[in-house]
Design a protein around this ligand. Structure first.
Ligand SMILES: [Cu+2]
Length: 468
């Protein structure tokens, strides 16, 4: 290996190791907020507010969303998707919502039983807050799992406008140090990641933007009314709904690759770029937060769906996820949540994913295979085999941000001038995207939309989950 790549990689490792030490508490966890509280209880101070979110083609979309105060661990800004609420099974959860929207709103917690609301006024589905008002919801997070929360007021429109977020309930009963999605060892995972899957018809957002501006320009009395029956209601014709943007955690590709809390995306703080090592179990927490079905396809391997709607796919209370099913696409239905385990190995590829040209039969001499214990997850019979295709000439390749200079996991090679500086670790990238092909665009332009990558990092590369 040339000196320059060695220094590059050493530098990245040191940086990653330092960051990982600083963020040990967040290791392998979904980025979200834990609110405040003592033993057995947890309190979140949320608000609803308007703002403009950014699509990767530069279009700004007027939106309504939830935000969390800095005292609750939030950014203090409205965000799409809403703040991810992290709680533990059995905790009494209190969510206070202050409404800064020009219309009534609320929160529904599907999958949670006996949700008590107070303040504001009773709505059809939930206790509602008028503009400037506060409502409080309390429930006990009795069952572990992946859930969404969303507006219970004008639910179709307000969900379209962005009023939806994720709630994760971690199980009790897992042994110390173990990560379980549910109360059984069969739901164990090494890493977890969140996909809040959404779709946006920007024409509807623009129409609501116009109505709100018009109400303000004319000083409409509905804006200051205290009688719920006289407060503003903004409506759009949802029967002509035709989405133009498709989002993961509120962002469109390629913005999904940018860091968590990237300053240029103040209202879309969560990225979507899962990273794992060969052989690790990655828990995919997938939430259908839009209006349409999205078939989310992961390349490289099938996943095992172990739960739906916050309930393990189990035949008995003690069996673990014995009804789990394997598929290459997660059919994300609106309003549903899925937990799936995805693992990648190089087994059966027919070539050595680490690019070591050696002789597995040799015990002495320069041709001995020198794979370390961590360089497993491929068939022993594949060791030493070269990649079985002739790589195209450099003139026929497009070099970009994801090219390490080598087709092998963890190796690096000569990078042509202008090839970019990302993927210096030599990771594999597997696309994870909607198989409705028109949904991998931004405003009709490919590539974009509902698409990201699963990143297989070489063994030994430190993965800083809090800030990939
Ligand atoms: Cu695909």
């Amino acid at each position: 290996m040339r000196l320059n790549p060695i220094l590059q990689r050493a530098g990245r490792w040191l940086l990653a190791a330092a960051t990982a030490l600083a963020a040990v508490h967040a290791q392998a966890a979904v980025v979200g907020i834990s609110g405040s509280g003592g033993s057995g209880s947890r309190t979140f101070n949320l608000f609803a507010a308007e703002g403009y979110v950014s699509m990767a083609d530069g279009v700004q979309v007027y939106s309504w969303g939830y935000g969390a105060t800095t005292g609750s661990g939030g950014t203090g800004l409205m965000q799409i998707s809403g703040p991810t609420l992290l709680v533990n099974q059995g905790e009494v959860v209190t969510v206070t919502l202050t409404n800064n929207l020009p219309t009534r709103t609320s929160i529904l917690f599907p999958g949670q039983s006996n949700v008590q609301g107070s303040g504001g006024a009773a709505g059809v589905l939930a206790q509602e807050a008028g503009p400037g008002q506060t409502v409080t919801y309390t429930f006990t997070a009795s069952q572990p799992g992946t859930y969404l929360y969303q507006s219970g007021t004008q639910t179709s429109l307000q969900t379209e406008m962005g009023m939806v977020g994720a709630l994760i309930v971690y199980p009790s009963g897992a042994p110390s140090g173990a990560r379980w999605a549910y109360g059984h060892a069969g739901s164990a995972y090494d890493r977890e990641t969140l996909f809040v899957v959404g779709d946006i018809d920007s024409d509807i957002h623009a129409a609501i933007d116009d109505l709100v501006k018009s109400a303000r320009a004319t000083g409409d009395a509905c804006l200051t009314a205290t009688d719920p029956a006289l407060q503003c209601v903004f409506s759009a014709d949802l029967s002509k709904r035709f989405p133009k943007y498709w989002t993961l955690n509120g962002r469109t590709s390629p913005d999904v690759f940018s860091k968590n809390f990237a300053p240029e995306l103040p209202h879309q703080p969560y990225n979507t770029l899962p990273r794992l090592h060969p052989g690790e179990r990655m828990l995919l927490r997938v939430i259908g937060a839009g209006t349409d079905l999205h078939p989310m396809h992961h390349h490289g391997n099938n996943s095992w769906a172990i739960a739906r709607d916050g309930r393990m796919l189990a035949s008995t209370t003690t069996s673990g996820p014995d009804l789990a099913f394997s598929d290459y696409t997660i059919q994300v239905v609106p309003g549903q949540t899925y937990d799936a385990i995805w693992t990648w190995t190089g087994a059966g590829l027919g070539w050595d994913v680490y690019g070591k040209l050696c002789d597995p039969a040799a015990t002495t001499g320069p041709n001995v295979c020198t794979h370390t214990a961590a360089q497993q997850h491929q068939l022993l019979s594949d060791r030493g085999k070269p990649i079985p295709v002739k790589l195209p000439s450099e003139f026929e390749l497009a070099y970009g941000e994801f090219y390490s200079g080598s087709p092998y996991l963890g190796d690096s090679g000569i990078r042509p001038v202008g090839a970019g500086a990302a993927n210096t670790t030599g990771a594999f990238f597997h696309m994870f995207h909607s198989h409705n092909e028109r949904e991998v665009v931004n405003g009709g332009i490919f590539p974009g939309g509902m698409m990201t990558m699963m990143v297989i990092e070489p063994p030994g590369v430190v993965i800083d989950v809090a800030q990939p």
